[in-house]
Design a protein around this ligand. Structure first.
Ligand code: GAR
Length: 190
């Protein structure tokens, strides 16, 4: 099985969906590591409870030196023989160092139908713009934020009266289906 590390910064519900999918014997990947840049990330607790190694590589001691922090992350990934990295709510923009080190082997999930609404507050902006459809995208990570080749998308309607919260819940449900399916297809093609 392909060894996958999931990088998180918070809740980790997409990480949980990946861990659950990997429990199926037919799944082509295993989650060998869950890594957070924030030691307080709730996802570290759920990962450990699911029997997955959960590691904090705190960004704080590195201050503004994002590359030094990423070198520590990269070392942790390589020590464990990680083959593919899945960003799942990892909320720190990567430097070219980590992007280049994992080029073609790092995926991200983003809560919009890219190329629409890259960056933050995707649901709020889609609602303000009067969009009638939203969704999520799994893509390969390249130097441009939220710009890499698209591997999969799922769509949901925007309904009259939707709040940010209602829309993000509807999209998140799709994220939890899309990410495991897209990652499985990706590693089968490696
Ligand atoms: C997810 O909706 C993910 O798509 C989004 O953060 C949430 C993390 O939730 N990612 C981004 O906005 C990346 N720019 P989770 O921690 O429960 O998976």
């Amino acid at each position: 099985k392909t060894k996958v590390a999931v990088l998180i910064s918070g809740r980790g519900s997409n990480m949980e969906a990946l861990v659950r999918a990997a429990q199926d014997p037919a799944c082509p990947f295993e989650i060998a590591l869950v890594l957070s840049n924030k030691p307080e990330a709730g996802g570290l607790i759920t990962a450990a409870a699911a029997g997955v190694e959960a590691l904090a590589v705190d960004q704080k001691p590195y201050g503004k030196d994002r590359e030094a922090h990423e070198r520590a992350i990269d070392a942790a990934l390589r020590e464990r023989g990680i083959q593919v990295v899945a960003l799942a709510g990892y909320m720190r923009i990567l430097t070219p160092f980590l992007v280049n080190a994992w080029e073609g082997r790092m995926l991200n999930i983003h809560p919009s139908l890219l190329p629409a609404y890259p960056g933050l507050d995707t649901h709020g902006r889609a609602l303000s713009a009067g969009e009638v459809e939203a969704g999520c995208t799994v893509h390969l990570v390249t130097a441009g934020v939220d710009e890499g080749p698209i591997l999969g998308q799922a769509r949901v309607p925007i309904l009259p009266g939707d709040t940010d919260h209602m829309l993000s819940d509807r999209v998140l449900e799709q994220e939890h289906q899309l990410y495991p399916a897209t990652l499985a297809a990706f590693v089968r093609g490696l």
